[in-house]
Design a protein around this ligand. Sequence first.
Ligand code: ZN
Length: 59
Amino acid sequence: MSKRAEAKRKNCLNCNKSLRRVDWYYRNNGYFCNKSCFNAFQKKKQAEQESNKEKAKKA
Ligand SMILES: [Zn+2]
């Protein structure tokens, strides 16, 4: 087992697929397999923030 290799491996924040150095797409401190995963993640995050706002209103 190599800890160094482990630390280097990144997972896509959207689909959690492990990424190799060559295919990753780095945006906003996160790693994604491609631009569409990045966009999907942004949408998810936005929706989460929206729903948090909704909850805050109700509370
Ligand atoms: Zn992905």
